[in-house]
Design a protein around this ligand. Structure first.
Ligand SMILES: [Zn+2]
Length: 482
């Protein structure tokens, strides 16, 4: 029994449901990749699969479209596996449990994988349908998009001939993405020497912040717990002598940290005064973030007599310096697209070992030079302080293209089909388009898709009528690409 039986476009929903029966979380793409290969074999279409499980399927141009440039239709095979706390779903073995509620498809207690299974379903339905008119199609299904885009990074694009790329990995119908941020991670290491001593240790904790995605939520004015902790320590150092033992906060470099704490050794006689200073700072911070961070709290624990090794004063000073001086948050807004953050960074993880304080930053920019310039700034800062750094996970930006024949065609078709004006947007986060733009010089790209809500969560859902409208729209776009 098919849950989606009877929904139109029939073959899109048929393939979508098929995909939800094959477990395909990131890192587990053998079976779904093989499924796509089987479809290509059945349809008698040229295809290949690479070592990353990326699948490419070619469909020749329909009659009369032989002279038109090829079009790449692209989406990713892997999905984010998330389930509710109560769910016993096994993502390695179980098919998703689909259900329809009004105009929406849900998966009971789990993510649905509409992101980005719907793109694969559209492409397979297009490949199968011999009644459609279109140029040569190169359908490209990538892997591990959700965990660093390894499929797209490793993909050999030399066999592709497409001049246009339709990326179907967006979640709002009528909104067309035309640019995305590139990124890089910087890990800074500041060496510390320690002095062993016995004394009063207190823990300072800043908590209750909103946090959020370090790209799309970086412009919401939210507090970064690590940076705020650094600020608090600096203000306390104006009045108190203390020995810093550790600073810690955050788990992911691409999430804004919600909580951070520091351990410090301080004279027993100073503890009451410290408490009152902390209360004053808490009140000031709460006022600073009124209307944004309603849950912000800053507390200090009761002192505890212990033998510990605190940081050498010179090293402690450097730790306080970098937490006060490191750039963080929005650095520049786009001059091309109003409201878009162009360049930002986020201190996501602050951690302390015996011998080092480590800071992990995620930098993003839709202008690659600015991404690199900001990285150079962090490198300069840490090197000056006698520390070291390394970088990881660099991916290119997809820069906004002033002249785009594809964008014009997509927008005009949208107006003609829907009778309303579409929206052009850019996102301050990564898309695979950045990588393809690098691999295929001059590639004209756009990203779009049907309505989805709450992707990457067990509340993920896909809008049925939107899938239908976007199908009709894509078919018409391809028909106009003569
Ligand atoms: Zn996606």
């Amino acid at each position: 029994m098919r849950v989606l039986e009877g929904l139109k476009p029939e073959r899109v929903f048929y393939y979508f449901e098929e995909l939800t029966r094959i477990p395909h979380g990131s890192g587990n793409t053998d079976a779904i990749s093989e499924y796509c290969v089987k479809v290509a074999e059945r349809l008698g279409l040229e295809h290949w699969k690479d070592e990353f499980n990326n699948v490419t399927i070619i469909k020749p141009a329909s009659v009369g479209y032989e002279a038109a440039p090829a079009v790449i239709i692209q989406g990713h095979l892997d999905m984010v596996n998330e389930k509710t706390a109560e769910s016993s779903h096994n993502f390695e073995t179980d098919p998703l449990k689909l259900r329809i509620v009004d105009d929406w498809i849900w998966a009971t207690d789990t993510t649905l994988g509409g992101d980005d299974g719907i793109a694969i379903a559209y492409a397979l339905a297009i490949l199968e349908d011999t009644s459609l008119q279109h140029p040569k199609l190169e359908c490209l299904f990538t892997t591990e998009e959700e965990v660093g885009m390894e499929g797209a990074v490793g993909y050999d694009a030399s066999r592709l001939t497409g001049k246009y790329l339709l990326n179907m990995d967006s979640e709002e119908e009528g909104i067309f993405l035309t640019s995305c941020a590139g990124g890089i991670r910087y890990h800074l290491h500041l060496p510390i020497r320690r002095i062993e001593s016995e004394g009063n240790v207190v823990t300072l904790t800043l908590s209750g912040l909103m946090g959020g995605h370090s790209g799309v939520e970086i412009d919401k004015g939210r507090g970064n717990a690590d940076m705020l902790l650094g600020y608090v320590l600096n203000r306390l150092a104006e009045k108190f002598v203390f020995g810093l033992i550790s600073v810690n906060g955050g788990f992911k470099d691409n999430a804004i940290p919600r909580e951070a704490s520091a351990e410090l050794m301080i004279d027993a006689g100073q503890c009451e005064a410290l408490k009152s200073a902390v209360r004053g700072l808490e009140t000031a911070l709460q006022a600073d973030f009124a209307g944004i961070e309603e849950g912000l709290t800053l507390t200090v624990s009761e002192p505890e007599e212990r033998t510990v090794a605190f940081m050498h004063p010179e090293d402690q000073q450097k730790v306080l310096f970098i937490l006060m001086q490191a750039p963080n948050g929005v650095q520049a807004m786009s001059m091309n697209i109003p409201g878009l953050v162009e360049t930002s960074l986020n201190l996501g993880i602050l951690s302390t070992t015996e011998t080092e304080v480590n800071l992990a930053f995620a930098i993003r920019s839709s202008v690659e030079n600015r991404r690199d310039a900001l990285g150079a700034k962090l490198a300069n800062l840490i090197t000056y302080l006698g520390g070291t750094y390394d970088t990881a996970g660099a991916y290119p930006a997809w820069e906004y293209r002033r002249d785009s024949a594809l964008r014009e065609l997509m927008l005009q078709t949208y107006r003609d089909v829907y009778g309303k004006e579409p929206e052009i947007q850019a996102i301050h986060a990564g898309l695979e388009c950045g990588l393809f733009g690098k691999k295929i010089p001059g590639l004209d790209m756009i990203s779009f898709g049907p309505d989805m809500r709450d992707i990457h969560t067990p509340q993920e859902r896909l809008c049925i009528s939107s899938v239908q409208r976007v199908w009709e729209y894509v078919v018409e776009v391809l028909r106009r690409m003569k």
